[in-house]
Design a protein. Structure first.
Ligand SMILES: Cc1ncc(COP(=O)(O)O)c(C=O)c1O
Length: 380
């Protein structure tokens, strides 16, 4: 595709639909799916992604803040929205008014919400979080039963969910199972007391793949919705999860090609010296677009279907690659930073690995300067 763009991301909305369908198929009919769309839908563009997820039958949305929740409401009404982080005190009134479900860890938060709900003559549907080992949000498992009971006494507040979050679901099955056990004890205690909680949830993408027993009746995938398997998956899951496909491809262009003689240093800091005469292409991407500077001298890109190594430091708007082995390369040629070209593919986890990062950070780091081009959308 030849466009006037210097650096852009192509977002395949059909892949979103397929990935959600695959997730649904995996978890079966008894488990609902909350799709995590925080941070501008992991950098893919919240509006378009939310619209396609609505069409594709997501049950619930997960967001990080009220601005994201409002953006979803502007796309379509009626979907439950869970704010995954804790609400700030001054956000409580708006959260209640916007019917955003909060995650609650303390009796004080619960009281704030109940008071706001009563004043607005509304019911707030709260999810009680149990801290089984993440240490970020949630009540201690030993106090969870009591807190759940006291929440139920608060007029204006409904106990709509019980949840926890895994600290190392990608690569520490023993610790994850300890977390599941701690959570299940709370779930069982509530059930034994006849307390019915509509949504019980724990699993993001990695646990969804690895821990069938942790799906409860709702899963919360993010990365997998965008077609990326969390790093560190066990082989069997890697096979299974090859059924999702990446939604985003990241591209730029060649702006200049030149030959440099042996011994010449390239880019800031002179961290690369040409070992022989090289043909070097200048590209229209830099860290100002979100390309990780830590990938300097390590990453590769695709040009003409071949891998071309990044040489020298990534700069704000440009970077250099060695194209000595690719012929021809011309200004204007398309460069794939993440995605497929010919038989080659560079994945987001691969770019993350080159730069000491994680796929979540790479995706959410693609800057606003990079237009998102939607494929499979009438609004493209
Ligand atoms: C509480 C919570 N649940 C689910 C997710 C989704 O995680 P993943 O992208 O690994 O599926 C996140 C993401 O950060 C999260 O914070």
């Amino acid at each position: 595709m030849r466009t006037a763009y210097r650096c852009w991301a192509e977002v395949d909305l059909e892949a979103i639909r397929e990935n959600l369908a695959w997730i649904r198929h995996q978890v079966g009919p008894g488990v609902q799916v909350l799709t995590v769309v925080k941070a501008d839908a992991y950098g893919h563009g919240l509006r378009h992604i939310a619209a396609r997820l609505m069409q594709s039958g997501t049950d619930i949305f997960g967001v990080a803040n009220l601005v994201e929740a409002r953006a979803i409401r502007a796309v379509g009404a009626g979907w439950p929205i869970l704010m995954l982080g804790a609400c700030l005190p001054e956000e409580v009134v708006d959260a209640v008014r916007d019917e955003v479900m909060p995650v609650i860890s303390t009796a004080a938060e619960a009281r704030e919400f109940a008071n706001a709900a009563r004043r607005q003559r509304r019911i707030v549907r709260a999810h009680l979080k149990v801290d089984t080992g993440m240490g970020r949000l949630g009540v201690d498992p030993g106090e969870a039963f009591e807190l759940a009971q006291s929440l139920r006494q608060l007029p204006g507040l409904e106990l709509a969910g019980l949840c926890t979050h895994f600290a190392a679901a990608e690569d520490d099955p023993d610790f994850t199972r300890e977390q599941i056990t701690r959570f299940r004890e709370v779930v069982d205690a509530l059930a034994a007391a006849g307390i019915r909680v509509p949504w019980i949830h724990a699993s993001g993408s990695a646990a969804l793949l690895n821990e069938e027993s942790a799906r409860f009746n709702l899963v919360r995938p993010g990365l997998l919705v965008y077609g990326i398997v969390p790093p560190g998956q066990r082989a069997v899951d890697r096979h299974l999860s090859s059924r999702v496909r990446p939604v985003l491809a990241w591209k730029c262009r060649v702006s200049l090609v030149k030959t440099v003689p042996a011994g010449v240093s390239l880019s800031y800091g002179r961290t690369f010296v040409a070992p022989r005469a090289l043909r070097v292409a200048t590209l229209t991407v830099g860290y100002g677009d979100g390309y990780p500077r830590a990938a300097s001298n390590v990453a590769s890109v695709l040009i003409g279907g071949r891998r071309c190594p990044v040489v020298g430091r990534v700069t704000m708007d440009q970077m250099l690659v060695d194209v000595s082995h690719v012929d021809p390369v011309n200004p204007g040629d398309e460069v794939v930073l993440v995605g497929r070209q010919g038989k080659q593919e560079i994945t987001t986890p691969e770019l993350a690995g080159w730069s000491g990062s994680i796929p979540w950070e790479i995706l959410t780091g693609i800057s606003h300067r990079v237009p998102r081009i939607y494929l499979g959308s009438e609004a493209a």
